[in-house]
Write a protein of this length. Structure first.
Length: 441
């Protein structure tokens, strides 16, 4: 069998780089393991045999690949939901067509943009490959979060209104309201999210006092120093009015037609488009007011009180359900059978280990021996393994293991591996490890 050292031609490697940038552009950036899998498939399809195990390039190849291609960088992705990614250029264009009519004759000081900002728990971030210099690397995914909410509003002339903070609590304590911005308001409810009651309270305490001082029609559109606020209105195309500021930022299949030849496959872009537009199951809610995007809402008297209350109650129940933190229960996992092999002897038979196996690894120092559990990501030809390690976390019922946000990947000799272990995955990427009699960290 003839083996080849993996050296792509410059044009060949550039096509791979362009494909990675295309993935990031569509909101599906790839991780290191994804790139290694793509290269593996590419080599297999071409019938090329390399020195790597099963044609899958290792960690050093990836490091050198990143060094050669300076336009790529590794950073933590910002997760966005799929429903946000479904917004198209036609939707935005319709919004601005309606907004143009609404803003006619309205002074900049009378145009107020408001938004609810959430200080939430982090659903998890992972490093992906994207274009160097990109400020926000978005990754489309569906997550839930628990949060403290803050309603922030600002006018197009740079005026910033006092914030309105909403806590998830039954009571407000004195320390929660001390040292805040002058004129700021505080409230609390069971979910920590803005519902109809909280929105009405914010409107009466923050918006009405501001609008009463102004003459002429007012517009509310549902952001730090004055300069930044004005820049935000300008970047959103609201004032000065310019729809192209937003439309030009949305990825569309017409935008990539000229670049498709740079990808390794024309179908690559088509698959990404299908992933992005994939339907998700949406919760059933109460009746909504039929109103086009960008049009102003002038009269809500047609909404029956019972329908409004039904919608509010449904929203509260959904939020409360999302906010529940799952606990580890005995029914959530299975306990594996204990290993019959002695845990004190190291298993030297490399053929026992396969990709995806979880193993117990020992690290010896001058003074002690430490034990860790990890998953085999790669098996190298030189009798070494690429292992991604977990970390132990403690809970009231049972200790569990998780992958840390900052990946811990090491090259491990086979002599350091003690044995295989059984890992059972439970909720939120937690694992229960059985058949361990060591003090694992």
């Amino acid at each position: 069998m003839q083996y080849h050292i993996l050296h792509f031609k410059e044009l060949e490697e550039q096509k791979l780089v362009n494909g990675l940038l295309e993935c990031a552009k569509w909101g599906f950036p790839l991780q290191r393991r994804d790139i290694q899998s793509i290269v593996q498939c590419y080599l297999n399809n071409r019938g090329v045999k390399t020195k790597f195990n099963d044609n899958r390039p290792g960690m050093m190849w990836f490091i050198n690949f990143m060094k050669r291609n300076k336009e790529l960088t590794s950073k933590f992705a910002e997760n966005i939901k799929r429903v946000r990614a479904l917004v198209t250029k036609n939707t935005i264009a319709e919004y601005f067509d309606n907004l143009r009519t609404t803003l006619e004759g309205v002074e900049p000081s009378n145009v107020v943009n408001y938004d609810e900002t959430n200080f939430s728990d982090n659903p998890g971030a992972t490093k992906i490959i994207c274009k160097r210099g990109v400020r926000h690397a978005d990754r489309i995914m569906d997550t839930s979060k628990t949060s403290i909410s803050v309603m922030v509003a600002a006018a197009a002339d740079g005026t910033v209104l006092p914030p309105y903070t909403l806590y998830k609590a039954k009571h407000i304590y004195a320390g929660w309201t001390e040292g805040g911005i002058e004129g700021a308001e505080y409230n609390r409810n069971a979910s920590g999210w803005f519902d109809a009651e909280m929105f009405e309270d914010w409107f009466h305490k923050i918006m009405l006092p501001y609008f009463r001082r102004l003459n002429g029609p007012k517009v509310m559109l549902g952001v730090n120093s004055e300069k930044n606020v004005k820049a935000g209105f300008r970047a959103c195309g609201i004032f000065p009015f310019d729809p192209q500021k937003v439309i030009s930022k949305i990825t569309d299949h017409h935008d990539v037609s000229a670049d498709q030849e740079k990808c390794w496959s024309d179908s690559f872009v088509d698959v990404l488009k299908e992933f992005r537009k994939e339907d998700t199951t949406k919760p059933k809610r109460g009746k909504k007011i039929k109103i086009a995007a960008g049009k102003d809402l002038r009269n809500t008297d047609e909404i029956h009180a019972d329908e409004a209350n039904e919608d509010v109650n449904l929203t509260e129940e959904e939020n409360e359900e999302d906010d529940r933190v799952p606990t580890i229960d005995e029914n959530d996992y299975e306990i594996g059978e204990p290993s019959t092999a002695s845990s004190n002897t190291i298993d030297d038979n490399k053929e026992n280990y396969e990709l995806g196996d979880h193993v117990l690894v020992q690290f010896s120092t001058n003074k002690s021996v430490r034990f860790f559990v990890g998953k085999i990501d790669e098996i190298q030809a030189d009798d070494t393994f690429i292992i991604r390690f977990l970390r132990k976390r403690h809970s009231k019922k049972e200790d569990y293991f998780v992958y840390p946000e900052q990946e811990d990947v090491r090259v491990v000799d086979s002599e350091m591996i003690i044995k295989k272990v059984i890992a059972r995955q439970i909720r939120r990427q937690r694992y229960i490890i059985s058949s361990i009699d060591k003090n694992v960290e």
